[in-house]
Design a protein around this ligand. Sequence first.
Ligand code: SAH
Ligand code: SF4
Length: 356
Amino acid sequence: MEALSLTKSDWEERMLAWEQPVYRASQILEWIYQRRVREWQDMSNLPATLREKLEAEFPSARLVKIRETGAHDTTRKFLFRLSDGQLIESVLIPASPALYGEASDRRTICISSQVGCAYGCKFCASGLEGWKRNLTAGEIVDQFLQVEAEGGEKINNIVFMGMGEPMANYDNLLRAIAILNAPWGVGVGARHMTVSTSGLVPRIRDLGEQPLQVRLAISFHGATDEVRGRIMPVNKKYPIEELLAACEDYVRSKKQRLTFEFILIRDINDSLEQARLLAQQARRVNAKVNLIPYNTVEGLEWERPEDSRQEAFLKILQQAEIEATLRREKGHDIAAACGQLRLQVEKIFAPTQILI
Ligand code: SAH
Ligand code: SF4
């Protein structure tokens, strides 16, 4: 396992195995997460022999930034190369009325959890080329460290809404969350982390049993099995009724509100009947609803509805007294379409060029 995948107790075990005092674990963690030092050789209070051992055991496997889009005062998207040459994206959304509508000074990172995605939602760029592999916990944590360094300001909110299905990489996700949350690690509060899922019912139940107070967002995108099943193959395995039952249990055990994300796609799921049904479903589990006008993906035929239709959809939810927002900020376009930059770059460069 690489260094950034290790928890405090892993480090302590390692120190014992290496016949080092246990407090070396805390020293190492302080260098990595508080002082943000990357080179073992620069960790000056560690004995030279230990530094050499670390160097040999954990040669640098950090992400390498190979591309960046977006302006410095708006949403910035980063393309990273992993040690095996695969590409992933992370997005930094600076102080803005963040993903959930209220004005705040949140600086949010949108993190990828896998290379590609196996779930093949018809509207999504991440699933277009299938699933390549899971990210390690360290690769998930490193996105935070690198993007925070690039942005130059502390990031205080994390959303697992980048490439991939985080719940399909559950063990590494939980390990990464533990490191991102721990006082000896990155130190972001669990309530400031949101895991987004296309609806993996067993994992929703598992997460519900975890003591961590991370937030959960469900990619709903269709209020009947007919509509949802047409655009999200996962609905055949876990249809809406099962999903809602798992959401009910989650909410009961966590005492925390869920978010339903609902992409509005013209003539697919934007009928007012869908809005009425969505309102009933949101009420049943006391969820907030985030409406997201579809962001076009090159090569896919879907489009967003007219503004007036988006407004009408929102109004039905509001009239039903559901807490709902409609994302309009430009910056979110880029965030909502993770997977696209990677596709663009793979089209432009041959894989060997990406490695250079
Ligand atoms: N796999 C997880 C998390 C990653 S996707 C999930 O599906 O929830 C994060 C969010 O972006 C999901 O709600 C997804 O449906 C949405 N999304 C994907 N492609 C999009 C697009 N082209 N426009 C708008 N939202 C999109
Ligand atoms: Fe995968 Fe989520 Fe995209 Fe569906 S929406 S293909 S689950 S990343």
